[in-house]
Design a protein around this ligand. Structure first.
Ligand SMILES: NC(=O)c1ccc[n+]([C@@H]2O[C@H](COP(=O)([O-])OP(=O)(O)OC[C@H]3O[C@@H](n4cnc5c(N)ncnc54)[C@H](OP(=O)(O)O)[C@@H]3O)[C@@H](O)[C@H]2O)c1
Length: 249
C-alpha cells in the first residue's frame, strides 16, 4: 500500500525519453514528467531555443534514423544508467484523399507514425528493467473513421494494435505498454482546422465538454501511465478526448 501521493504518482529517480518533444503534446508531456520528478530527455527534428522546455534535456534527432536513436539511448544509459519511461509522441499528418492517389503520403505516414515507433519501442525496451512504461500517443482516429487521411488513420490504428502486441511480449519483463488517445487538441498539427471557424466549431460540438483540448490536458494521464499509479494497467487505451468517443447525440 502506497504511503502517500508521491509514492503513487511521483517519478523521482526515473529516467524518461519523450519523442516529439519540440512542441505540442510531446513538449507538454516532457515538461509534465520532469515536473513529476523524472530526469527527462526529449527529441524532435527542430531546433528548440535553450530554456523553452524547462529542465528537459532536448536533442535533435529523427526517429526514422534508428542509428541516431540507438546512439541517443546509449548516451542516456551512459549518463543515467537506466531508462524507465518512453513516450512516443512524435507524429506527422499528411492529409490526402484516397481519390487523389496519395501513395507516397500513405507510405510516408506509416513510416513515420508506425514503423519508426516500433523501432523506438524495440530499441528502448531492450534497455528497460522491471517497472518500465511505454506510452504510445495514438488518436481517436485509431478508434473511429475519419475522412481525408487514410495513412494517418491506418498508422494510428496499427499503433494501437502494436501496443497490445508489445504489452503481451514485454509483460513477462514487467514492462507495461499503453496507448494515450487524444481527441482534438489545439497544436500546430491541427492549426488549419482550428483557425477555420466552421471546422473549429464542428469539432468542438462533437465533444461532451464543449471545447477543444490543449496539450496540457494530456499531462495528467501521461504521468498516471508513467508512474506506479498504473502498475496494473497494460495493453489498453487511456482516452483523453473531452468525451468525443462517448457522445451520442
Ligand atoms: N493535436 C491533435 O489534435 C492530436 C490528436 C490525436 C493525436 N495526436 C498525436 O499527438 C502527437 C503529437 O501531436 P501534436 O498535435 O503535438 O503535433 P505537432 O505540434 O505537430 O508536434 C509533432 C511533434 O512530432 C515531432 N516529430 C514528427 N516526426 C518526427 C520525426 N521523424 N522525428 C522526430 N520528431 C518528429 C515534431 O518535431 P519536429 O517537427 O521538430 O521533428 C513535433 O515535436 C502526434 O503523434 C499526433 O499524431 C494529436
Amino acid at each position: 500500500m502506497s504511503r502517500n501521493l508521491n509514492d503513487l504518482f511521483g517519478l523521482d529517480g526515473r529516467v524518461a525519453l519523450v519523442t516529439g518533444a519540440s512542441r505540442g503534446i510531446g513538449a507538454a508531456i516532457a515538461q509534465g514528467l520532469a515536473m513529476a520528478g523524472a530526469k527527462t530527455y526529449g527529441v524532435g527534428r527542430s531546433a528548440v531555443p535553450d530554456g523553452t522546455l524547462g529542465s528537459v534535456i532536448y536533442r535533435r534527432c529523427d526517429i526514422r534514423d534508428d542509428v541516431a536513436i540507438q546512439s541517443l539511448l546509449d548516451d542516456i544509459h551512459s549518463a543515467e544508467g537506466r531508462l524507465d519511461i518512453l513516450v512516443n509522441a512524435a507524429g506527422i499528418t499528411l492529409p490526402s484523399k484516397v481519390s487523389e492517389n496519395p501513395s507516397e503520403a500513405f507510405r510516408e505516414t506509416l513510416a513515420n507514425n508506425l514503423t519508426a515507433i516500433y523501432e523506438c519501442c524495440r530499441l528502448a525496451a531492450a534497455g528497460m528493467k522491471v517497472g518500465g512504461s511505454i506510452i504510445n500517443v495514438t488518436s481517436i482516429g485509431s478508434l473511429l473513421g475519419f475522412p481525408g487521411n487514410p495513412g494517418y488513420v491506418a498508422a494510428k490504428g496499427g499503433l494501437a494494435a502494436m501496443t497490445r502486441a508489445l504489452a503481451m511480449d514485454l509483460g513477462s519483463s514487467r514492462i507495461r505498454v499503453n496507448n494515450l488517445v487524444p481527441g482534438y487538441v489545439h497544436t500546430a498539427m491541427t492549426a488549419a482546422s482550428y483557425d477555420d471557424p466552421a471546422r473549429r466549431e464542428a469539432r468542438q460540438a462533437r465533444t461532451i465538454l464543449g471545447r477543444w483540448g490543449v496539450a496540457e490536458d494530456l499531462v495528467g494521464a501521461a504521468i498516471f501511465l508513467a508512474s506506479d499509479a498504473s502498475s496494473y494497467v497494460t495493453g489498453t487505451d487511456v482516452v483523453v478526448d473531452g468525451g468525443w468517443t462517448t457522445k451520442g447525440l
